[in-house]
Design a protein around this ligand. Structure first.
Ligand SMILES: Cc1ncc(COP(=O)(O)O)c(C=O)c1O
Length: 431
């Protein structure tokens, strides 16, 4: 099956790039790669090979179109064709984050590189940073900031919870922080932080403080309104809600963040992650001309372009996409509840929509459950939080798995979970 989605109108916001022509063919004749003259014949027959359903909380399943774009013939990173594709990716990244003014950085690397970019470009040695820690990824972000000399304080939320707004307010009132950083969805717990509330609290009390959000597990699966909510940095990666293979660090920095960067009194504390190096490159590509600092992941950018096109230009709309994630999440969480399984997030209102973290049934180890799902061709993940990892498992439901209902992925996940839990419990009884 070649999955084709109806198109919504172009063009991308911002300056239109010369070769990024609107694709307004009827859906039946749609192919997403106007640059590849042979595409219609090859793509029409392209379907990725059968494989187990990858529903860990990232990397996720990618569409045939995205995978095919990743197999783009080799192209120079200095070519006009690639420059226009890169420029489109910058503009469409802004669209996904509802920002018109933030500066995106698309750099070869993984989500972790986003932490290094923040620490190297926005913090100077000895400055104070507050990390709202809701799990494993809060620990790691704090560790990264310390490596670059930041003075890090943390609000460590109880397992299954996020920092409360009164706690955030109290902390920000007590000390001048350069940055308040938090994880939108901590992938180790499935806890969703109140991004809007946190940003509103910080900016009300301390407007100079930058609000930095690790959104590796939330972009394109949770609503993020970067400009309206006054988030200064959104950092993410290609392999989760953005539905592209791993390998791309994606970050957007607000005008306020860019001013803070420009006014540094010391040079950025990294060579590869330095925005002094990358900013001119991003600006040049956005204008449609290539520039070089370090080789971009050319094929991944083609793949990201197709995924962004599907997300921002086709049906479902971005708003509908968020609703579909909520709906799928409710189905998975509801099925777990029917099996008597509890979720990690203590407050269902603050549970992620792109993943579910579920306590294992009593007496059943992860090593007893996960292989049973695998036998049913469904790949889920074990626990990750260092203190509790033996107690739970995690399911990702993002991107094409959620948006393309014809795949039946959510039904498959639920059926495999039900059968595997029943089998694991039955094996305990007979043991
Ligand atoms: C919330 C969060 N932050 C950061 C990371 C690190 O990203 P990466 O593994 O792409 O370096 C991850 C990875 O899963 C994550 O889920």
């Amino acid at each position: 099956m070649v999955h084709r989605l109806p198109l919504r109108p172009f063009p991308v916001s911002g300056a239109p790039s010369p070769t990024f022509a609107p694709i307004l063919r009827p859906a039946s004749s749609l192919h997403l790669y106007p640059r590849r003259s042979f595409t219609s014949t090859i793509m029409a027959g392209f379907k990725q090979e059968p494989h187990k359903l990858l529903v860990i909380p990232g990397p996720i399943e990618v569409s045939d179109e995205v995978l095919y774009a990743n197999a783009h013939p080799s192209v120079s990173h200095m070519s006009a064709d690639f420059s226009s594709v890169f420029g489109d990716c910058i503009r469409m990244t802004r669209e996904v984050l509802y920002t018109t003014t933030a500066q995106p950085f698309l750099i070869s690397g993984s989500g972790t590189l986003g932490w290094d970019q923040v620490a190297a470009n926005l913090v100077e040695s000895g400055e104070h940073v507050l990390v709202l820690n809701s799990g494993y990824f809060g620990d790691s972000f704090a560790e990264c900031l310390k490596v670059y000399g930041a003075n890090v304080d943390e609000i460590r939320a109880p397992f299954g919870a996020a920092a409360t707004l009164p706690d955030v307010e109290k902390a920000v009132l007590s000390k001048k922080y350069k940055i308040v950083a938090f994880t939108h969805v901590d992938t180790s717990t499935g806890v969703l932080s109140d991004a809007k509330g946190i940003a509103e609290t910080v900016k009300r009390v301390s407007p100079e403080t930058l609000v930095v959000m690790d959104s590796v597990c939330s972009v394109a699966s949770e609503e993020i309104r970067m400009d309206d909510w006054r988030i200064d940095v959104v950092l993410t990666a290609s392999q989760k809600g953005l539905g592209t293979p791993p390998g791309l660090s994606i970050l957007a920095a607000s005008e306020q963040a860019m001013k803070v960067f420009e006014n540094r009194s010391t040079p950025p504390a990294s060579y590869y992650a330095s925005w002094k190096k990358w900013l001119p490159i991003m600006q040049s590509y956005e204008k449609g001309s290539a520039a070089y600092f370090a080789t971009p992941p050319v094929n991944l950018i083609y793949a990201y372009h197709v995924s962004l096109t599907q997300i921002t230009k086709q049906s479902p709309s971005l708003e509908e996409r968020f609703k579909l994630h909520k709906e799928a999440s409710q189905r998975v969480k509801g099925a777990a509840a029917e099996l008597g399984l509890e979720q990690l997030p203590l407050d269902p209102a603050f549970a992620a929509n792109g993943m579910t973290a579920i306590y294992l049934p009593p007496g059943v180890a992860a090593s007893d459950l996960i292989p049973r799902l695998l036998k049913r061709d469904v790949v889920v993940a074990g626990g990750l939080h260092k203190d509790h990892k033996e107690k739970y498992f995690r399911i990702g439901h993002m991107g094409v798995t959620v948006v393309d209902k014809s795949r039946g992925d959510i039904d498959k996940i639920i059926a495999a979970m039900k059968d595997s839990v029943a089998e694991a419990l039955a094996s305990k009884k007979t043991a």
